[in-house]
Design a binder for this molecule. Structure first.
Ligand code: DOR
Length: 408
């Protein structure tokens, strides 16, 4: 199938390479009431993602070549986005002993991560980095000092004090980032730091890159658009004034995410990091949860935001506000993540975007089983019109677009 670019240009659509998501939770096996490979792959297409990397914090965790091969087999069925699998660093993600990393790489793991948790033991993490280097795969690390973040449920600052909720200080992330960078240097390994959320973390990576270190990092669309005020009921994007934005309710568990939504100064620093390429990629950390895990009190609720389907609109909002050029964010959704993984961007993957389309996420219209996003009912601007994987139109959001794509 070939692709008629002129048809879209005439309509004012933007046509860019398919997005690559370094960080997606598909919940299969073990939590299929929250998401399956099938529903996650469909949600990805609607968000413009043609390749997604599934995180291994399933039940059981993806820590054995047998399970990994089984999942790769399931992911091969046609119909959705391409799925790559990240394997666990430690057995059962328990942080006590390493999984068989070399065998997992041979079985097809694209990277290693215990995401959801950091590898707390520094000596074990050093070994993990050495094995990752030997296997030619990056470690995708969730940087968090658990002793410091303790029982925190949101960012520690004036908003948590006002709401009376225990906070996680920015230092809980930054201390872990500093440790991880030091260990990666020691091991001579490729390290990818995922979902960085604070100004201090970005600064640490900036320095490490200036020193020539082999580190890459990503930020999420929600950390690029929302602040800790969202936990208190704000629904103003970081680039908007409160006066013109709608309001939600305080203590809405859909705003509970780890790392937590931070301050406006942190959000600005993430955008500055994108702009000077300290930040390599935008990754969704799509974390769907069933209502039993989310429709509970804030401090009891699971961490996570369902993000695949709204990611593009959030980052286009920042572009519209002049916080980074369009090319920069498209690079961070395409070439940047592929480079961080050490893979070539797949051929024949495209996404067609209507930058001006206004729409409103509705729970019953999301393809993901995870309805846990504070964006339900919020007007967004910018939407995927069609998604093409390996030359095949796999999602068509506007009737007739597929026909236009396949016409020569
Ligand atoms: O908010 C989060 N949810 N952060 C994580 O690190 C894990 C994720 C999940 O698996 O739900």
């Amino acid at each position: 199938m070939s692709f008629d670019r002129r048809v879209f240009e005439a309509k004012g659509y933007l046509v860019v390479p398919g997005f690559v998501d370094l960080h997606t939770h598909l919940r299969e096996p073990g939590f299929e009431d929250s998401e399956t490979i099938e529903t996650g792959r469909r949600a990805a297409l609607r968000g413009g993602f043609t390749t997604i990397c599934a995180m291994p914090n399933t039940e059981p965790a993806v820590d054995s070549p047998g399970l990994l091969k089984e999942l790769i087999g399931r992911g091969h069925d046609v119909g959705g986005a391409r799925v790559l699998f990240v394997a666990a660093i430690t057995r059962g993600r328990k942080g006590r002993e390493l999984a068989d990393m070399v065998e997992l790489a041979q079985a097809g793991a694209v990277a290693f991560s215990d995401d959801g948790s950091p590898v707390e033991d520094a000596r074990l993490f050093r070994s993990a980095l050495e094995y990752a280097r030997a296997s030619g795969r990056p470690i995708i690390e969730h940087a968090q000092d658990l002793a410091l973040s303790a029982k925190g449920v949101m960012h520690e600052g004036s908003v948590s004090a006002r709401l009376g909720l225990p906070g996680m200080p920015a230092a809980a992330e930054e201390a872990a980032v500093a440790r991880d960078l030091a260990l990666a240097r020691l091991a001579g390994a490729r390290l990818h730091l995922t979902h960085l959320s604070t100004a201090g973390s970005v600064e640490l990576v900036r320095h490490a890159k200036a020193d020539g270190e082999s580190v890459t990092c990503d930020v999420t669309p929600h950390h690029l658009a929302m602040t800790d005020e969202w936990v208190a009921g704000s629904r103003a994007f970081a680039w908007e004034g409160e006066d013109r934005a709608p309001r939600g309710v305080p203590y809405d568990s859909s705003t509970k995410v780890n790392p937590p939504l931070r301050t406006r100064a942190d959000v600005r620093a993430l955008w500055a990091g994108l702009e000077d390429r300290t930040v390599d990629a935008i990754a969704t950390d799509h974390a769907p949860h069933s209502s039993v895990k989310k429709d509970v009190e804030f401090d009891q609720a699971a961490f996570g935001i369902s993000g695949l389907e709204s990611a593009l609109a959030l980052v286009l909002g920042g572009v519209r506000a002049g916080w980074a050029p369009l090319e920069t964010v498209i690079d961070a959704l395409t070439t940047g993540p592929a480079r961080a993984l050490g893979i070539d961007r797949p051929e024949g993957d495209w996404v067609v975007i209507d930058r001006d389309a206004e729409w409103m996420p509705r729970a019953d219209e999301l393809a993901s089983k995870g309805k846990n996003t504070p964006l339900i009912g919020r007007t967004l601007i910018g939407r995927v019109v069609a998604t093409v994987v390996a030359g095949e139109v796999r999602y068509e959001g506007v009737v007739g677009v597929a026909e236009a794509i396949s016409r020569r």
